[in-house]
Structure formats: structure tokens, C-alpha cells
Design a protein around this ligand. Structure first.
Ligand code: SF4
Ligand code: SF4
Length: 307
């Protein structure tokens, strides 16, 4: 079972390391995704990142209904169904025995405890690509600042190698944790989901007060790119876009990135046994996004659509 002491400056909980990333900062990057996030954005495309402990997800398409997981679950939490298996997650204690006995990888464990050195071994393989493209390492999540000591140690290690470092954050973290990391960062990608406190709370589960305060402090210290998820019904009215542009202008952020809603993460919710709240919500046409981009650019801001 999960032991919170497993996360410290030497060991962190990682759910993915993505090589050759091109949307998480300049050049070609290695993006390290830390698991655990205090926000619950309804449109999130990485719901496997939410909990700060390892968990399981199910690919029923791979299940051959052999029943080995059912026989080996000491909690009796697994049932065979017509479509594969079903897990009673309230009864599951995450022992991972089912993962170990499944012959088809239909049940997978999400999240591994890795040391800074283990991550740097991966990073070292990509240094040649950073040199040629002006890239580096991005730490993302989840919310990477949810594991502040580990994040700091990882950034320090990158800087010891002279690598370009980027933090991709929601900004929802005590200032002291951010402040320490800024010494080892070249760029911060920071989300602005909504400037309206009640809308922000409704769709993310937390207030935006701390986030906006942190954004103001960060932009004076390190280069930033503001990242705005473009979500129908949440933050796309005329007045919201105008307020956003005004906010970004005051901050003199280098760039504003628009991240249009997509439903690529939908199947992940099924695998995790959760409900996807934005199922069926209409996504925007390219034409509309270009119009938004043009409108914000007319205020003198550099805007990029990230798809
Ligand atoms: S993780 Fe353990 S308790 Fe949970 S379903 Fe698998 S075998 Fe059962
Ligand atoms: S062990 Fe794997 S393949 Fe067999 S029933 Fe369970 S999930 Fe399906």
C-alpha cells in the first residue's frame, strides 16, 4: 500500500516520462509527469494523474476472461462481466496482485516511485536532442508542486547539467515551494483557467485566489507562458476573453497559449472507473479558435494555439 513517506527529495511518484515533446516549452523536450494534483478540472485529459498514490486502470479490450485476477484478489473486489472485468474500487486496497497475475496486461499499475538519478538516466539519453533544438526538461503533472522536495531536487539536478528547465503548473501551491524552485527554472507554463473565482471553483474544485497571486509573483521573476484551456461554457464569453487579455498584458507574459477542449482523455475515465463530466460537450471549430486568437492578438499579445 501507499506510504506517503515514499515521496521525498530522493524519490518521487511519476506516471509518465514523455520523450520528444514539442508542446511543453521551447525545442524538443523530455517531459516528466509527476502524479498527484489538488485540482479536479472536469475537462482534464490526464485523470490518472489526480491521486498522489499508485493506482490501477483496466483495458477490457485486452481481457481474455481467464479469471486469474478474480481468483487472486484477496478483497473479492473483481467480477467477471460480459465485457471483461469490473472492479469495486471502494473495496480495493491497491495491493496490485491482480496486475501481477494478469497474463494480457489488461490491468496496469499507474505510477512508479523513481529516484532523481533514475529520471536523469532517461534525460541523459535525450541531451543531444536538446542541444540541436534548444530544448530541455519540463516537469509537468498532475501538479508537480504537489511533490515540492522531489521537484526541487530534480530541477537542481537538471541545472547541474546545464539543461534548460520548464515547470508546467496550475500555480496552486504555497508560495515558498514555488519560490525555491524558481532559482532552478528558465520558464514557467502556468494555467489561467478562469479569472472568475466562482467559475474557477465550480470547475476545478479550488479557488483561483492563490493561483492569481502566485502568477503575479512568478511573472516578475522568470519568463512565463500563460496557458488557457479554451472550454465552452466556462471561459469563452466576449467579456471573459477581454478580461483575460487585460490580465495577460499587465503581466507581460512572453506568450499566451490557447489549449482547446478535446476529448482524447475520455477513455481514461472508463479505465479508471470514473465519470467524464465533459462527455458530449461540443468542441470548438478551428475557425472559432483562430478568431479568438486574432481577438487576443489585437491587444498586442503573442498567441499560440496548442493542439
Ligand atoms: S489491486 Fe488488489 S484489492 Fe484491488 S482489485 Fe486488484 S487484487 Fe483486488
Ligand atoms: S487476469 Fe487479466 S485477462 Fe484474466 S480476467 Fe483478469 S483482467 Fe482479464
Amino acid at each position: 500500500m501507499f506510504d506517503s513517506n515514499s515521496i521525498n527529495s530522493k524519490t518521487g511518484l511519476v506516471f509518465n516520462i514523455q520523450r520528444f515533446s514539442i508542446h511543453d516549452g521551447p525545442g524538443m523536450r523530455t517531459t516528466v509527469f509527476l502524479k498527484g494534483c489538488p485540482l479536479r478540472c472536469g475537462w482534464c485529459s490526464n485523470p490518472e494523474s489526480w491521486h498522489n498514490y499508485p493506482e490501477i486502470w483496466v483495458f477490457n479490450i485486452r481481457c481474455n476472461k481467464c479469471g486469474k485476477c478474480v481468483d487472486n484478489c484477496h478483497k473479492g473486489a473483481i467480477t467477471l462481466t460480459e465485457n471483461g472485468i469490473s472492479i469495486d474500487r471502494n473495496n480495493c486496497d491497491l495491493c496490485f496482485d491482480c496486475v501481477n497475475v494478469c497474463p494480457t496486461l489488461a490491468i496496469e499499475k499507474i505510477g512508479s516511485f523513481l529516484t532523481v538519478n533514475e529520471i536523469m538516466e532517461q534525460v541523459n539519453k535525450d541531451i543531444i536532442f536538446y542541444e540541436n533544438s534548444g530544448g530541455g526538461v519540463t516537469v509537468s503533472g498532475g501538479e508537480p508542486l504537489y511533490q515540492p522536495a522531489f521537484l526541487l531536487a530534480l530541477l537542481k539536478s537538471c541545472k547541474e547539467k546545464g539543461l534548460h528547465t520548464t515547470l508546467d503548473t496550475s500555480g496552486y501551491s504555497p508560495w515558498d515551494n514555488i519560490n525555491e524552485c524558481l532559482h532552478y527554472l528558465d520558464l514557467v507554463l502556468i494555467d489561467v483557467k478562469s479569472l472568475d473565482p466562482s467559475i474557477h471553483y465550480k470547475h476545478t474544485g479550488v479557488s483561483n485566489e492563490l493561483i492569481l497571486d502566485n502568477i503575479n509573483k512568478i511573472t516578475g521573476r522568470v519568463k512565463t507562458w500563460l496557458r488557457v484551456p479554451v472550454i465552452p461554457g466556462v471561459n469563452t464569453s466576449e467579456s471573459q476573453i477581454k478580461d483575460l487579455a487585460d490580465f495577460a498584458i499587465k503581466l507581460s507574459s512572453e506568450k499566451l497559449c490557447l489549449l482547446p477542449l478535446h476529448h482524447w482523455g475520455k477513455s481514461k475515465y472508463t479505465r479508471l472507473g470514473r465519470k467524464y463530466l465533459f462527455d458530449g460537450v461540443q468542441t470548438f471549430e478551428k475557425e472559432y479558435l483562430l478568431k479568438c486568437k486574432g481577438r487576443i492578438e489585437s491587444y498586442g499579445l503573442k498567441v499560440e494555439i496548442v493542439e
